[in-house]
Design a protein around this ligand. Structure first.
Ligand code: FAD
Length: 497
């Protein structure tokens, strides 16, 4: 009787799981295992919010395996040693897992595959995390893409998305008496109980992902408009489910196509936009794979010696949502409370940190890494470098987003601001975006004393913008122009994205 090990990592689902499907076809007995080995993620072991998610996702997987007659075995790494031990315990001769693509993981996986092959073990690896492998396409000149549009065009032309596999109804019984650690012993949950907001906001696990996916049909027809409105529930909120593999991107891609086919007309732009976002996710993995140094260093070498400011007090004000700029503070508080932040507000807060505050994008990326439930090395790195102006297909550094204009444009009635900054709730719509400009009498009537109920701005937006432009002149060694001269340049007038 053949025994296969199915090694779950960030594919914490039973449906459309290539490794599980292969094991079911090839073996009579199946042992499912999760091996906890954060050291194998190098410098990028999961942050606190991701660990919270992982705990609950593993609990959900344990339950759905048990419902099908199987059992999730939990062990500690190193992964190779744990797999070898499990093979000794069970007599397994086949190991199945889905590939991960972060540089540290990829290196470990190659070493594990080589070692197990030498042991005489059969290995199966499948695509579980992406629509296509990050190395699958290259530009006509044979080099990796650095620009999204040609990348996405080529990918769309070659992409084939097979129908996702349904979850098996039953699984073979696991061998009894296999040692397994209690999930709690992995210590993934926080010691201090700060996770109430996360609990209220999310349902980790495959069932939670499926529930979110069911909203797609009602959300899609208005996606293009609503996705930019932070006060609306206009996006899929599937990012953490995709990151932990509770839903495969193939399932989402197919679901988008199905939802589109049921609608009449007028949804083409919405469908294309959502597909586009998923292709950004693919692009992020393509860039990370080909430029594995980018989590630590800018892709654009001109930024290698960029004069970022060391400003710990400003950084702390940003992290804790105490900058005095409402849209920035609302975003940072949403992040702290829920483990997520609306995409447009991510862009605004990241731009504010790197441009107005002049702080290194890596400090922001690290904070997001620790606090986001969807923290993903490829997407986080690409997007931070994009905002900072030093990455693939990046917005130029001198394109400085004005947080107040963004706030007025995308949260005109201050719905989002009032949700996350209740202390400003009684300010009129006109003034809530920049309370420091409101007449004293208006602030008093709304019960807002700056510096007491809500911080005064930690910086002057205009001065900070000019300073950012001055900093930008250095690494690019542009012909020296005055800051005022730069500000008159037509390209620099465009401060709203
Ligand atoms: P939807 O709008 O419903 O999009 C569907 C899916 O497409 C998302 O779930 C996500 O998987 C993917 N997607 C959407 N936008 C992007 C994008 N810009 N780049 C890559 N994939 C995208 N996303 C992460 O998944 N992990 C991160 O660590 C992360 N860090 C970010 C940091 C910054 C500074 C910025 C500006 C963006 C970051 N993003 C990150 C991208 C984006 O903000 C989130 O993917 C999105 O907000 C998730 O919400 P959603 O699932 O409702 O997205």
């Amino acid at each position: 009787m053949t025994t296969a090990i199915v090694w779950f990592r960030r594919d914490l689902r039973l449906a459309d799981n290539a490794a599980l499907t292969h094991a079911l076809r090839s073996a009579q007995r199946i042992v499912t295992v999760y091996i906890h080995a954060p050291e194998e993620d190098g410098d990028w072991a999961a942050g606190a919010a991701s660990r919270w998610w992982l705990h609950h996702s593993l609990a959900a997987l344990t339950e759905s395996l048990a419902q099908r007659g199987s059992r999730l075995v939990i062990r500690r790494g190193p992964s190779l040693a744990a797999l070898r031990q499990l093979m000794r315990d069970t007599g397994a001769t086949l190991v199945c897992f889905n590939r991960l693509y972060e540089p540290a993981r990829l290196a470990h996986d190659r070493a594990i595959e080589q070692a197990l092959t030498v042991d005489g073990v059969e290995i199966f690896t499948g695509v579980g995390h992406l629509l296509t492998e990050p190395w699958a396409i290259q530009s006509q000149s044979g080099t990796p893409y650095r620009v999204y549009t040609p990348y996405a065009r080529t990918l769309r032309a070659t992409l084939s998305v097979p129908a996702p596999q349904p979850a098996p109804r039953a699984l073979p019984l696991s061998p009894a008496r296999l040692k397994s650690l209690p999930l709690k012993q992995l210590g993934l949950l926080p010691r201090i109980h700060w996770d109430t907001g996360l609990e209220k906001s999310w349902q980790p696990g495959e069932a939670g992902a499926a529930q979110r996916l069911r909203r797609l049909a009602s959300l899609l027809p208005d996606y293009v408009r609503a996705r930019d409105v932070p006060g609306a529930d206009g996006t899929t909120r599937l990012a953490p489910h995709l990151h932990f593999g509770e839903l495969s991107p193939r399932q989402l891609w197919r679901a988008i196509a199905q939802a589109a086919s049921r609608q009449t007309a007028g949804m083409l732009r919405d469908v294309e936009m959502l597909e586009r976002e998923l292709l950004w996710r693919e692009f992020a993995h393509h860039v990370l794979h080909h430029f594995p140094h980018t989590p630590e260093a800018p892709l654009n070498p001109r930024f290698a010696g960029f004069p970022w400011r060391r400003a710990p007090k400003l950084l702390a004000a940003w992290q804790h949502g105490r900058t005095g700029i409402p849209i920035v503070d609302a975003g940072m508080r949403e992040l702290w409370a829920t483990g997520s932040m609306h995409n447009r507000v991510r862009m605004i807060t990241a731009s504010f940190l790197t441009k107005h505050m002049g702080i290194d994008w890596r400090a922001g990326a690290r904070w997001f890494w620790d606090t986001l439930v969807d923290a993903d090395l490829a997407s986080n790195t690409l997007n931070w470098q994009w905002v900072a102006g030093c990455g693939a297909d990046a917005a130029p550094y001198f394109r400085i987003v004005n947080p107040v204009l963004q706030s007025r444009k995308f949260d005109a009635q201050g719905e989002y601001l009032r949700r996350w900054l209740p202390e400003l709730a009684r300010l009129p719509d006109r003034h809530i975006h920049e309370p420091w400009r409101a007449p004293e009498s208006v602030r008093q009537a709304a019960g807002v004393q700056l510096g007491k109920d809500y911080p005064a701005p930690v910086l002057d937006l205009g001065t900070a913008r000019s300073a950012a432009l001055a900093r930008w002149r250095d690494p690019t060694r542009q012909r020296c122009r005055t800051v005022a001269g730069l500000a008159r340049h037509p390209a620099l007038q465009e401060t709203v994205d």
